[in-house]
Each structure stands twice: as structure tokens, then as C-alpha cells.
Write a new protein. Structure first.
Length: 173
């Protein structure tokens, strides 16, 4: 019975994640001026238990994050997935250290922001840098790390919905 319950819970989580994924970019999302500091703070509040249990240190920029046009719920989900992954995919015996930063940039006559979330976790090999953004593509077994394999695909969809791009810098140390 315990296995059937666990299986049912995993299936419900998968269904909920798929529904969330499918709703990104649909007409029901709100576009407004979003204070990214507020969305980051909400994500950190949502992750407070995981951050505390792992002894993670999250370093935010000294200045407030900028305001952008977007959907506040989706942007909070974006921060939550990125920081949550940094906490989840940590090296054994090492407390996660997560650094969030940003700077202004320009791409093809368009003013943009470049945001980075870096950590001291297990990393992602260069050969997998694109694969991790594909839905259901997992680099590790469910026994090693829980999850549905939707998190980074969701991040990519949210970022692209907001007119941006997302990538992993495997050379970063």
C-alpha cells in the first residue's frame, strides 16, 4: 500500500508540474511591472525550510533588483526553481553557496538585464548544458535526486515568455 500511495503522490506532482508548464505563456498570465526583488524574496520565503535544512547561504546583490515587465507569479517560480536546484544538487557534505547577481546588457539594440545564479553544487557537464532544458530530461536517477524533470524546462519557458534566453555556463568556476 505504501508504494501505491507514493506512486500516486508522484503522479499527482507530475500532473501538477505538467499543468504549470502548459500554462506558461497562455493568455491568463498577468503582465505588469514586476519588482524582481519582491519576487526573489517570495521565492526565498517559499524555500526557507530547504535553505535552512541544507545550511545554504544565498548571497543577493547589495542593490535592489530592477523592475521588469512580466508576470510576477512566473518570475517568482523562476527564482524558486533556480535556487531550489542549487540547494538540491549540492555536493555531499558541503553547504550550498548560491550567488545571485545582475547587470545591464544590450543585445541587438535592445536593453536587457543579465541575471546570474551561480552555486558550488555538483555542476552540469558541457555535454548536458542544453539537455537539462528539455522536459523530462534527467541527468540523475529519481533515487539520487527527486523531481519530475520539468524544473529547468519550466525555467526556459518562463524566460523565453519574457523575451529572454537562458543558458548554463559550464566554464564558470
Amino acid at each position: 500500500i505504501g508504494f501505491a500511495v507514493d506512486g500516486a503522490k508522484r503522479m499527482q506532482v507530475l500532473i501538477n508540474d505538467l499543468l504549470t508548464f502548459s500554462r506558461v505563456g497562455r493568455g491568463n498570465t498577468a503582465h505588469t511591472e514586476v519588482d524582481l526583488q519582491t519576487s526573489l524574496d517570495a521565492a526565498l520565503t517559499n524555500l526557507a525550510l530547504a535553505i535552512s535544512e541544507s545550511d545554504a547561504q544565498v548571497q543577493s546583490p547589495s542593490e535592489q533588483l530592477p523592475h521588469v515587465d512580466g508576470d510576477p507569479t512566473l518570475l517568482t517560480m523562476l527564482w524558486q526553481n533556480l535556487i531550489g536546484n542549487a540547494v538540491k544538487f549540492r555536493r555531499p557534505g558541503v553547504a550550498p553557496h548560491i550567488v545571485i547577481d545582475y547587470r545591464e546588457g544590450a543585445v541587438e539594440d535592445c536593453e536587457m538585464w543579465l541575471f546570474t545564479v551561480s552555486d558550488n553544487g555538483i555542476g552540469i557537464g558541457e555535454e548536458f548544458a542544453d539537455k537539462v532544458f528539455v522536459i523530462f530530461q534527467r541527468l540523475h536517477s529519481r533515487d539520487a535526486y527527486s523531481g519530475t524533470g520539468i524544473g529547468l524546462a519550466l525555467c526556459k519557458k518562463i524566460v523565453e515568455y519574457h523575451g529572454g534566453t537562458i543558458r548554463i555556463d559550464t566554464a564558470y568556476t
